[in-house]
Design a protein around this ligand. Structure first.
Ligand SMILES: NC(=O)c1ccc[n+]([C@@H]2O[C@H](COP(=O)([O-])OP(=O)(O)OC[C@H]3O[C@@H](n4cnc5c(N)ncnc54)[C@H](O)[C@@H]3O)[C@@H](O)[C@H]2O)c1
Length: 327
């Protein structure tokens, strides 16, 4: 059945890929984004309402005009390092912003929410992380996302909403059709930075920390293709539309890749070296974050299709090559 999805943050990296997946599912998409960190030209699937989730009145009135069946809430700040130096930005935009989204949903009788949570809510855990692994975030970004989860769970229980909290591990790769991709400035993510190293001989890729307690001393992460994330969001919405109860799901592959392995994989795909230096640790980074995503498989039928490292890097490479020729 046709549905309308109100997508906060749909002009950003993950939100724009999800907007494409929702549109492909036959749903109407309306993006609500203040373009603070997103891009007008990545809003290709449905209309854009330019607005700020911190402006409660504007948000609620936009939701009233759209009358959505569900909200997919991506709008947030998401840089760990920035959150260490400017935590106030993170608690305001992420936590207050999420409360505003929930209040607007209540005002407009919208009862389903899919929320972008993060592996950063877990903190330090060297084992495969399941949804019941204790959440002890070690940076303000992770704490802000954990607070959002708690607020959403309490609103859902009190007001009869249903929510899917999706804890993504490291979003990676870009749309295989080259229709959207990753564009952050400054870019904090390792794959775009390693690719920049290979594309631009004058750029050196910093490996932030080589003395972690990991097999090669560099951080280990679980990279999940953004198109697989988008598929999980569509499935989570279908689950909620079918009457599924509120739940939380990890989205990852179960496979860890170290930053050093990643730099070597980029060199292989690029056919050239990634100039690199071993730099200091970045404050707030846990050594290892790898998901068990068995629950999403069991309950949502979600199995990543694009998250092998070669596909991730080839789709990202093609996108950044295209970005070099953008006006
Ligand atoms: N990228 C990842 O690896 C990753 C991992 C885990 C969770 N997440 C979460 O996924 C979501 C999307 O991340 P992303 O990487 O696409 O980030 P992004 O910065 O590319 O996109 C965020 C979007 O939200 C918009 N936005 C921010 N504050 C806003 C506000 N106050 N009002 C309206 N719009 C606002 C920005 O303009 C941008 O378009 C975030 O909630 C993030 O915490 C991302």
């Amino acid at each position: 059945m046709s549905k309308t999805i109100f997508v906060t943050g749909g002009a950003g990296y993950v939100g724009s890929h999800c907007a494409k997946a929702f549109s492909r599912a036959g749903w109407t998409v309306v993006t609500f984004d203040n373009l603070s960190r997103g891009h007008r030209d990545l809003v290709k699937w449905g209309d854009l309402i330019k607005g700020d989730i911190l402006d409660q009145a504007a948000l609620s009135s936009a939701m009233k005009s759209v009358q959505p069946d569900a909200v997919a809430h991506f709008a947030a700040f998401a840089y760990v390092a920035e959150s260490m130096t400017e935590p106030e930005l993170y608690f305001r935009n992420n936590v207050v912003g999420t409360m505003n989204v929930l209040d607007a949903m209540l005002e407009n009788q919208v009862s389903h929410l899919v929320f972008s949570s993060s592996c950063a809510t877990y903190g330090i855990s060297n084992d495969l992380i399941t949804e019941t692994t204790p959440q002890n975030p070690i940076n303000p970004y992770g704490r802000s996302k954990l607070m959002c989860e708690q607020v959403i769970q309490d609103y859902s229980a009190a007001h009869g909403m249903t929510s899917a909290l999706l804890r993504y591990f490291n979003a990676a790769g870009c749309d295989a059709d080259g229709e959207t991709g990753e564009r952050h400035d400054p870019e904090p993510h390792v794959i775009p930075l390693a690719i920049r190293g290979a594309m631009d001989g004058s750029f050196t890729f910093n490996i932030m920390g080589s003395d972690y307690d990991t097999p090669d001393g560099t951080c280990v992460r679980d990279y999940i293709h953004v198109t697989d994330l988008a598929d999980a969001h569509r499935r989570a919405l279908e689950y909620l539309f079918a009457g599924g109860e509120s739940d939380v799901f990890n989205l990852g592959t179960g496979q860890g890749c170290s930053v050093l392995e990643l730099a070597n994989a980029v060199s292989k795909v690029a056919g050239k070296d990634v100039p690199r230096v071993m730099a200091d640790r970045r404050p707030g980074d846990p050594p290892i974050l790898v998901a068990s995503a068995e629950k999403a498989k069991d309950k949502l039928g979600w199995v990543p299709q694009h998250s092998d490292m070669e596909t991730i890097l080839k789709t990202a490479w093609a996108w950044f090559e295209q970005e070099q020729t953008r006006d």
